[in-house]
Design a protein around this ligand. Structure first.
Ligand code: HEC
Length: 105
């Protein structure tokens, strides 16, 4: 049971770190490799059947990212993106949705 405080400290340190990084949407969009599949501008996807996401509604982006992460959305090419969602936190999703929704469509 002595481990619990250590784990709690590590978890809160990780949370503090990720929220500090999460401030910059552009940085996150590149760091989390979103750019590799959706393009630096969010509208030049890697493959023709990958979506352009720049300027999409914020609430919609948030929901789709949640659903791809949880597996609720598993049709089409969703599996291609699911892998990366492991390194994308709840806080990241909010910042990314805000950032992507403001990119020029
Ligand atoms: C390995 C490629 C890949 C990566 C990396 C990736 N995506 Fe995706 N993303 C996809 C594909 C493919 C789809 C479409 C899935 C489908 O066919 O249903 C998608 C769908 C989406 C959608 C929903 C679009 C819509 O119109 O419904 C959003 C929003 C999105 N991605 C944002 C992101 C963000 C933000 C990141 C970075 C954390 C990211 N993606 C990383 C491939 C990727």
């Amino acid at each position: 049971m002595k481990l619990l405080p250590v784990i709690a400290a590590a978890v809160s340190a990780a949370l503090i770190c990720s929220s500090a990084f999460a401030v910059d949407g552009a940085k996150l969009f590149a760091e989390k490799t979103c750019t590799a599949c959706h393009g630096k501008d969010g509208k030049t996807p890697l493959l023709p059947d990958y979506p352009k996401i720049a300027g999409q509604n914020k609430a919609y982006i948030e929901k789709q990212m949640h659903d791809i992460k949880s597996g609720a959305r598993a049709n089409g090419n969703a599996a291609a993106m699911k892998g990366v969602m492991v390194i994308v936190s709840e806080a990241d999703i909010k910042v990314l949705a805000e950032y992507v929704s403001k990119l020029k469509p």
